[in-house]
Design a protein around this ligand. Structure first.
Ligand code: GLU
Length: 306
């Protein structure tokens, strides 16, 4: 059985880019006779009120893309104990260590080629002695990092083809748990997809570089990874990625403007290369036409809509 998932972060209402991701995840699973589960990625509870999660459930149903699986859906904020079990296992195996570096120390130690804003962690706290660690523990609450290996991790993305990365050069030892106790997305997403039985992940290509990080954790935790299919992002005419700040492309505004889901599904279908022009249709009608190979590789520019 193909099992896909929606994994929205409810830090606002969904925008057209989130809808594209949901639509393609739904089409991908349903075209194989499968199901789509919903997981609310609200690890950062401060930024993710339940009201936005409720709105996501309502918006998906309105669009004809309601999730299968349990009601209420899975909330990451309910699952700290599960994450802790896996975190403890990695700790017991000596793979996790506390990191006391402040944000400014991290920037100061930044590798010169991390020009895109990513920080490649230099491994400063990996080298601390037990005595140094306990002294620092008195002064601040640490974040917790996992040791990465200096090796290539390769996989085949269903849309973008062969990919490979060496985590030691891409990000260095990465954070599993923040200093405020919140588990990192990279850990939670791996555990959740595996425990929920998700075997195909469809998501924006901004997460392509996270995939080797997650594959590394799948291997360490002896869990079976899903297949990965990354999809292009939606941008404005200036090439800027749509974000929740683009209020006019938010679902509330789109619902009000179009009044029914069919024109929105038709627009997404057109942008995803499935229709020669935007024409209203239902998600169920689109399923009969769905051709994943027609989804473009380049990011998709959204025309002025409203
Ligand atoms: N929660 C993430 C987001 O909304 C998606 C994570 C994933 O698909 O792995 O961007």
């Amino acid at each position: 059985m193909s099992t896909g998932r929606y994994a929205p972060s409810p830090s606002g209402r969904m925008h057209l880019g989130n809808l594209m991701c949901c639509l393609l995840a739904w089409l991908s699973a349903k075209s194989k006779g499968g199901q789509v589960l919903l997981r609310i990625e609200d690890l950062d509870t401060q930024r993710c009120p339940r009201s936005y999660a409720d709105a996501i459930v309502d918006d998906l149903a309105w669009l004809g893309l309601a999730a299968d699986g349990p009601t209420p859906p899975v909330y990451q904020s309910d699952r700290s104990e599960i994450y802790q079990r896996y975190f403890d296992e990695l700790s017991r195996r000596g793979l996790v260590y506390p990191c006391f570096c402040s944000r400014s120390e991290l920037h100061a130690a930044e590798a010169p080629h991390a020009s895109d804003g990513r920080i490649i962690y230099a491994g400063t706290c990996r080298k601390l002695t037990a005595a140094q660690r306990s002294a620092k523990m008195q002064q601040r609450r640490p974040a917790w990092r996992i040791k990465v290996a200096d090796e290539l991790i390769a996989f085949t993305d269903m849309h973008y083809g062969r990919q490979q990365a060496n985590l030691a050069h891409e990000c260095g030892d990465f954070i599993l748990r923040r200093s405020d106790g919140v588990y990192a997305y990279q850990l939670a997403v791996v555990i959740d997809d595996a425990l929920m039985g998700v075997n195909q992940v469809v998501r924006g290509c901004d997460l392509l570089s996270s995939t080797p990080v997650q594959l590394y954790l799948y291997r360490l935790l002896n869990l079976t990874p899903p297949s990965f299919c990354h999809i292009p992002l939606l941008t404005d005419a200036a090439g800027r990625r749509l974000s929740k700040r683009d209020g006019d492309l938010e679902i509330a505004a789109l619902r009000q403007h179009f009044g029914s889901p069919e024109p929105i599904i038709g627009l997404l279908a057109y942008l995803a290369g499935q229709l020669p022009k935007p024409e209203p249709l239902t998600a169920a009608e689109l399923l009969l036409l769905f051709r994943p190979e027609k989804v473009p590789l380049e990011n998709i520019v959204v025309p002025q809509l409203l």
